[in-house]
Write a protein that binds this ligand. Structure first.
Ligand code: NAG
Ligand code: NAG
Ligand code: NAG
Ligand code: NAG
Ligand code: NAG
Ligand code: NAG
Ligand code: NAG
Ligand code: NAG
Ligand code: NAG
Length: 599
């Protein structure tokens, strides 16, 4: 298959070196660099900087979901196990945490993997690239929003397409476990309690919008080009009163670094082969019965082999161990879905190159007191995104500016035993990418920003029931300069700045009341390396990261830096009082245990 990691590796080997002049994107280190005379050195622990999940200090129980060694797993079925709810699950957990723990030794590429329970994706992630003395890493994810799944018998599945041969020797040894935490004082409010509809508690039902087992791949859909729409038909229960589609996306092969891809006319006028194009803008669309009802302008996750793999040792790129998923509220469309018939949920990627992995989970809140709700879509607008591309180039040098904007909005009402509730949903997206080639195409600069905001507002005829506003800002700056090219060897200097900022405000009648969370998360990194083919033979990488979360559910600050596999400093703080600006929240708002999306 054209989208296999195998063809990716081969592709790199087959790239004509006359074109290797342009900065490239994906690498792993050679034994020359990775080896250490002292093989008995303890394994390196890799990590992604993130806020530790706040946990109740009470009872917990856990279950090992899967223990597996991922050797030659490419093109094979996912590793599966049979899940049965643990006996401790007699009361509602206040938090559920999924834990991925893995070790690896040798040399290996960054491999994407997905974790599914009953076809519902719980985690999309990328492996750390190993060293000869071994590496170890742990990913913990708050999976409380999938609570309903953990009460059912189902199949647990992990797909990690790995290739093992005499060059790429790393086998990933993995344990996946789930931890349930109970808190008598603060259990989650169940849907329907107090007869106020629950909005921010976990959904009553989560349905997969993914491919079904058995298959020789992940359960994600593969999207290979801009006309490729992948879809699944789903019938929903007739008593739903709220619906949210949670979309998972990752981009690979020719689109792994889509945001550095130049326009096609630059490639064709210069007769370049092997350099992916289609420009630097991508949009993932969610379609309901062929209509675009939501869009994702994704965060530029850089996997552990991206730009310069030495940057990500041991601090990995933002989101690389736990890719963000994107929520699209589709409650206004429930009127169309409540007819008991199957409806088509589809995904497309504008300007896509081979290949995007996309699937989704449909979170549904059900009316416990009635078997039938009804609704009507009042208004719906999704004009095509407006885009502009300005190109100015001569030969291999030039400038490109790409901009895009979009609004999607909808309104509708749903009548349930809670009464007639109207909801208003809007998405607003802005994209800017400035790209420059200098030095006869050997230097590339990219400066990009994505701004995404979404809001949901629900009211009955008397009062506001629920409001949610999410604002995201993703800045990216990347400088890549190639030099000293001789045959298939060259040197590459990189400078990177990557940010993930998010503000979320939720107001809910009854239930959890007012909540607020603000995250600023910025990595800056510098690296240089010598490359032969797609192997790094020498070099060094430095990374600095400042992570700051302030919210009604607590605060977290971390300032950490690494160079050449070594942590230079690491300061963290988790009390709100020393953090200034939003410290006041500690006084004025009751702290509630919540599953903030900023986690
Ligand atoms: C789940 O599986 C267990 C063990 O196989 C079995 O005892 C139980 O009856 C199953 N529950 C349901 C609801 O199918
Ligand atoms: C997985 O768990 C088993 C049993 O607890 C343990 O022996 C093994 O070392 C673990 N493997 C990893 C990679 O943590
Ligand atoms: C796009 O991808 C689909 C699915 O693989 C394929 O059938 C179709 O031929 C492709 N279209 C183009 C223009 O390459
Ligand atoms: C690209 O190829 C065409 C046709 O072979 C040729 O006319 C043109 O000069 C080439 N352009 C460059 C920049 O090499
Ligand atoms: C620019 O690079 C191209 C392709 O590598 C090469 O043919 C050309 O001679 C270079 N031009 C200059 C001015 O170095
Ligand atoms: C990137 O562009 C923004 C404006 O769009 C500018 O404020 C910022 O300084 C630029 N960053 C770099 C590193 O050039
Ligand atoms: C992070 O720590 C470094 C080194 O101590 C310091 O120079 C920098 O100002 C700190 N950054 C923040 C935001 O506190
Ligand atoms: C990186 O650290 C290793 C020892 O761990 C040392 O041998 C090497 O010289 C260092 N490289 C640089 C560029 O600092
Ligand atoms: C709130 O402030 C108290 C002391 O005033 C402190 O003990 C507590 O840790 C703070 N809570 C948070 C979440 O920072």
């Amino acid at each position: 298959m054209a989208n296999s990691p195998l063809s990716l590796l081969l592709l790199f080997y087959l790239i004509p070196f006359s074109n290797a002049h342009h900065p490239r994107f994906k690498f792993t280190t050679s034994h020359l660099l990775a080896s250490n005379p002292n093989i008995f050195f303890s394994p390196t622990t890799f990590f992604e900087v993130t806020r530790p999940i706040p946990l109740p200090k009470t009872q917990q129980c856990s279950q090992l979901l899967l223990q597996h060694d991922f050797g030659y797993t490419y093109g094979k079925p996912p590793a599966t196990s049979y899940y049965t709810p643990p006996s401790c699950l007699t009361q509602t957990p206040s938090r559920i945490v999924l834990e991925w723990h893995a070790t690896c030794q040798g040399r290996q590429f960054d491999r994407i993997f997905g974790v599914w329970l009953g076809g519902v994706e719980l985690l999309r992630s990328c492996t750390a690239e190993p060293r000869p003395n071994g590496i170890v890493w742990t990913v913990r994810k708050d999976v409380t929003r999938y609570t309903s799944l953990f009460y059912e018998n189902s199949t647990f599945a992990v797909h990690l397409g790995n290739l093992v041969d005499s060059t790429y020797t790393g086998v990933y040894h993995v344990n996946v476990s789930v931890y349930f935490y109970f808190d008598q004082k603060r259990p989650y409010r169940q849907s329907g309690q107090y007869h106020i509809p629950a909005f921010s508690s976990p959904a009553d039902l989560v349905m997969p919008i993914s491919r079904s087992l058995p298959l020789n791949d992940g359960l994600w859909f593969l999207i290979q080009n801009s006309t490729d729409i992948q879809s699944k038909e789903i019938s929903i229960p007739s008593n739903a009163y709220r619906a949210v589609v949670e979309v998972y996306v990752s981009f690979h092969s020719d689109d792994e670094g889509w945001y550095i891809n130049p326009p096609n006319d630059y490639i064709s006028k210069n007769n370049i082969t092997g350099l992916p194009g289609n420009g630097a803008f991508r949009e993932v669309t969610l379609r309901l019965d062929e209509n675009v009802v939501g869009a994702v302008w994704p965060f530029t996750v850089i996997y552990t082999g991206g730009v310069n793999p030495l940057l990500w040792r041991p601090i990995t790129g933002i989101g690389s161990f736990n890719l963000p998923s994107y929520d699209i509220e589709i409650t206004p469309f429930l009127g169309k879905l409540l007819d008991g018939k199957p409806h088509k949920f589809g995904f497309g990627v504008t300007h896509a190159l081979d290949v995007w992995y996309v699937d989704a989970n449909l979170h549904l809140w059900l009316d416990q007191k009635s078997s039938k709700t009804k609704g009507t879509l009042i208004k719906y607008e999704a004009p095509e995104y407006a885009t502009s591309v300005v190109s100015k180039f001569r030969g291999l040098d030039g400038k490109f500016k790409t901009e895009a904007d979009r609004i999607i909005c909808s309104a509708g009402w749903v009548e349930s035993s809670y009464g007639k509730i109207s909801s208003y949903v809007a998405q607003e997206l802005h994209f800017k990418n400035f790209m420059r080639f200098k030095g006869n195409g050997s230097i590339q600069l990219v400066n990009q920003t994505i701004q995404a905001s979404s809001s949901t507002y629900a009211e009955d005829s008397f009062t506001v029931i629920y409001t949610e506003e999410l604002q995201q800002y993703f800045p990216l700056y990347l400088y890549s300069g190639t030099a000293d090219k001789v045959g298939d060897t060259y040197s590459l200097v990189s400078e990177l700045s990557l940010g993930f900022d998010q503000k979320q405000v939720i107001g809910e009648k009854g239930g959890m009341g007012f909540r607020f969370g603000s995250l600023t998360n910025l990595q800056t990194a510098q690296g240089n390396m010598k490359v032969k083919g797609n192997l790094v033979t020498s070099g060094v990488g430095s990374t600095q990261q400042v992570y700051k979360y302030e919210g009604t559910d607590g605060c977290y600050f971390r300032n950490v830096s690494s160079r050449n596999y070594t942590i230079l400093f690491d300061k963290s703080e988790d009390s709100c009082t020393n953090l200034g600006r939003w410290g006041a929240f500690n006084e004025s708002v009751p702290i509630r245990s919540s599953y903030a999306k900023g986690d």
